[in-house]
Every structure is written in structure tokens, then in C-alpha cells.
Design a protein around this ligand. Sequence first.
Ligand code: BDR
Ligand code: CA
Length: 305
Amino acid sequence: MPRRIILDCDPGHDDAMAILLAHGSPEVELVAITTVAGNQTLDKTSRNAQRVATVAGIRDVPVAAGCDRPLLRELVTAADVHGTSGLDGHQWEDPTVPLAPTHAVDLIVELAMAGDVTLVPVGPLTNLAMALRREPRLADRVQEVVLMGGSFTRGNRTPAAEFNILVDPEAAAIVFEAGWPLTMVGLDLTHQALATPEVVARIRGLGTPLARTVVDLLEFYGARTPAGLAGAPVHDPCAVARVVRPELVECLPAFVAVETHGRWTSGMTVVDFRAERPNAQVATRLDVDGFWDLMVGAIERIGGG
Ligand code: BDR
Ligand code: CA
């Protein structure tokens, strides 16, 4: 039985790859794509989700827009990494996949309360926090939450904080405190998933229109690679990979608290691997070759696109 997942995202170059990995993996069934403000404003991240769904031929999966700002704070975007559209680097046709008429938070509650759903949030956690407030029983109904965010060593937007948690720390705190099975795939793990020139060449070698689109995206994104890395880290598909093939992403139990008040550390995930009562599995080590085989295989399986 494929695991049913809702991918909550803010596309975003690596979010686009997460959508492709979910769609191209028979081990999971993508039951909804929901969007949130993060890498760009909600109108842009939603349109980008529609664009990716269109080029990948994702027709039967609702794409629903969610919250347009964090719970309490002003929205911070990442145009420096993802461009003014949020998905710069490719000449996009107008999307033909429509937006669902439902709000993402309502859709998450409806689908997850029906049972057997894994939530995979790869943007700020605003939609999930809102869904939990709206329907607290979600914490008992959801099979697992596997999120991309946080880190146990360092941040990427500030020295202490990773972008997704930094944008909406209050939402992240609600999600980490909910008491549901939760896996945190943070920067420590995702900085092992690097789109090196060899990886990009391998995707180009597939020769399909979809592969060329992915290469366009990786070239734009790769030009913004953080100093010291051998390629751009494709964060978000790592969370999907953990659901598709758990053995690719090694984890350790830990207690994770989210800093919401720190003067210099707001949005930091404080990770205690020695805690007696862990609230999360925290990703530590990636099977890099296995991950890229999975990612390239998914793009190949989707085909023409
Ligand atoms: C996260 O921030 C976003 O820019 C990426 O899409 C990813 O979800 C990495 O810090
Ligand atoms: Ca993202």
C-alpha cells in the first residue's frame, strides 16, 4: 500500500523537486499539494505549484492555496535564492492545472482526519499550525509528520536559524509541541544532498522536456550555492525521500524546542539528543547515491512531462 502524503510547500526550486519526487515514486500517493507563503508570496508559490503540476502531468491531485503570512510576524521571503517569481530560471507556460476552491488548511484537516495520511511540510509551518488549532484531534489522526526545516548545528538565514523555521517560529513551535510522530529533516541532512555538476549532467542525460526544465531550475539555483558547498543543497526532496525509502535517511531521537524569543536566535531549533522524552526523530545521515538514484529515477519515470 503506498503511503498517502500531503505535500505542503512554497515552491521554490527544491520544493519543485519535492513535488516531482512525490509524484514519480510509486511508494507514495500524493493526495494533495498545499501551498504557503515562504520563498515567495502566496500568489507566486501557488502559481509555481500549478506550473510544476502542469509540466509533470499531475492532473488528479488538488493544488490548494493556504496561509499568506506567518501567524504573528511579517512575511520574510527568499527572492535572493529563488528569484522574483520564486521559480526563476525557466520560461514557464501558463499553467493548466487549476487551483482547488478549498483553503489548504481546510483540505489538510479534511484529508488527514479521514486517516492514514502523512504530512510532508517543506515550507514555513503556518498551514500545519493553523490546521492543528482548527482541529486538535489531527495530532492523533495523522500517521506522521516529516518536515524539512531546522538544524542541530547551524542556520542558513541567520547563524542560528534555518529559513522555514525562521519565517514562522510560532507555527513551528506549535508543530513540534503537538505530540504527533514527527521527523525533522534539517540542514545537517540536506547539505548532503548537493546538486553537483555530475548530478545535473545525469539529469540532463535523461533528455526529456521535464529533465530540461529541472536542469534550468538547477542552473539558476546552483548559481546561488552557499559558499563552501560543492553544489546547491536540494533540501525539500530529502523529506519526501525519508517517506519513500526511510532507510536512505538515518535519524536519531531527540527533543527539539523552537526558539521564539531569542534576540539573536529566533527560529533556532534547539536539539537535545540526550533527552529522556524525545519529541522527534532528527535526520543525521543521507545515503547520497541512493537519494540521487531515487530522484533521477522519479524524473525518468514521470517521462515526457
Ligand atoms: C528551505 O528554505 C527554502 O528556501 C527551501 O525551499 C527549503 O524549504 C531551506 O532552508
Ligand atoms: Ca521549501
